[in-house]
Design a protein around this ligand. Structure first.
Ligand code: EPZ
Length: 416
């Protein structure tokens, strides 16, 4: 896997158009197989996860054209209902194809996505939702098989507001007879973007963004056009970089409200942040002081995906910061790597205590997962000397041209 060489100490300056949202384009690509027709998606980020999703669509029988940040998907000839293990291995969130394939073909078989760097990542809530809609489910040889002669609308209650389970339930219920009500649905903005796309495809759906989502019918449209929403976690990443490096940057094509918890946390640490309708401007001296505890929660709480990024901003802040990771059981894997740079972090279960240090010194570090890897790059930007970041493939799953985006803002980062 390629390596990035980072030399710390540079302030950031300039403007950056933030990429389209990884966690919106992936479920929307799965939704393209519903009801056939052609879908044109713009503002799609160039990511390895997106490419893995294109491989799945082509395997299922779709014709997919991809050019720059645009994807055109013709799903009239979908003919398969099985995702082979090697395609599932490339991207664990392929599990969100389950609901769409079941709705389109009446059955679906895929290998159970393993756990990942963040924890066991069970899919019990996904399966419970599909069962409520009338699917018969069996598991053998590490594979899940769902079949439904007829999907029927149901009241689905999610024990936890799982993003993926909400998306799978929404996609499967598009083919159900009668109304489906999903209670305790995830409220993330990416669910709203999926609802917006489904409406354009002819689905009667409402309530996304709240904990009650209703789906009650589908009159497929031949052609659908949709612009993917901006990536709130990528935006938060560049904000955290500017906060700790110091300087002044403007992020364009963002929805400030989508990452307001990150904005308010950085303001509490001493950053001057101004929000416009579709841009955010941050000014920072680079000398931060500890703000309020960072406690991750389902949206609209502080996003788990921004926990590691905020931690990088706190490594040299004045005072002691407290982090509580409530969503995933193993989302502090970046901590030992940050310690290699001289960070003072103690962890106990789901709690991390970060005591700001005066200096960090560059060292070789390895990315263990997507957001933790990005946080290591941010940590290298505020470390003296050279930091070599290995296994950057994890980071390229979710960030479009990350090293170029940062170097366009003045960071000293090069691919080796
Ligand atoms: C989505 O993952 C995102 N991925 C994640 O982003 C994000 O961290 C997560 O939502 C939470 O916001 C995509 O959208 C592709 P969940 P997902 O189901 O759907 C437990 C990134 O960095 N759970 O909301 O898998 C689960 O174990 C990625 O961009 C069950 O117990 O998240 C976890 O503890 C990482 N049973 C919690 O719920 C289930 O059936 C949240 O998971 C499903 C989930």
């Amino acid at each position: 896997m390629p390596t990035w060489i980072v030399h710390g100490g540079k302030k950031l300056k300039g403007k950056l158009k933030v990429q389209g949202a990884k966690n919106a384009v992936l479920p929307i690509m799965a939704a393209c197989i519903l009801g056939g027709g052609t879908s044109r998606l713009t503002n799609c980020p160039e990511l390895s996860d997106k490419n893995a999703s294109i491989d799945i669509l082509r395997h299922l029988g779709c014709k997919v054209k991809c050019c720059n940040n645009e994807i055109v998907i013709d799903s009239n000839d979908v003919c398969k209902s099985y995702i082979p293990h090697e395609l599932m291995l490339k991207m664990r969130s392929s599990v969100m194809y389950m609901g769409a394939i079941l709705a389109r073909t009446g059955e679906v078989r895929l290998s159970k996505p393993g756990g990942c760097e963040l924890g066991s990542r069970p899919i019990d809530l996904h399966l419970k939702a599909l069962k409520a809609l009338g699917a018969e489910i069996s598991e053998e040889g590490g594979e899940v098989y769902c079949r439904a002669k007829k999907l029927r609308g149901a009241n689905i209650h999610l024990d936890f507001p799982s993003v993926g389970a909400t998306e799978n339930a929404m996609l499967a219920s598009c083919a159900a007879e009668g109304e489906t009500v999903i209670c305790n649905a995830a409220c993330e903005p990416e669910i709203v973007d999926l609802q917006n796309f489904l409406r354009l495809k002819g689905v009667k759906v409402s309530g996304a963004g709240s904990s009650i989502v209703k789906i009650s019918g589908f009159a497929p449209k031949e052609f659908t056009f949709h612009r993917i929403m901006p990536d709130r976690i990528a935006a938060s990443t560049y904000l955290c970089a500017a906060a700790s490096c110091g300087g002044e940057i403007i992020l364009e094509d963002v929805v400030p409200n989508h990452f307001y918890t990150v904005i308010t946390s950085l303001r509490a640490m001493g950053c001057d942040i101004m929000c416009g309708s579709n841009y955010v401007r941050i000014k920072s001296s680079g000398r931060l002081k500890v703000g309020r505890p960072i406690v991750t929660k389902p949206y609209p709480g502080f996003p788990t995906d921004s926990q590691a990024l905020m931690m990088a901003s706190c490594l040299k802040a004045e005072g002691t910061s407290v982090f509580v990771e409530n969503i995933f059981e193993n989302r502090f894997r970046h901590v030992p790597e940050m310690r290699r740079l001289g960070a003072d972090i103690r962890t106990e279960g789901r709690v991390a205590i970060v005591t700001g240090v005066k200096e960090l010194s560059g060292a070789p570090v390895s990315a263990c997962d997507l957001r933790g890897g990005a946080a290591l790059v941010l940590s290298g930007l505020i470390s003296e000397g050279e930091t070599r970041v290995y296994d950057v493939g994890h980071i390229e799953r979710g960030y479009e041209r990350f090293e170029f985006a940062l170097s366009s803002l003045g960071a000293d980062i090069k691919r080796q």
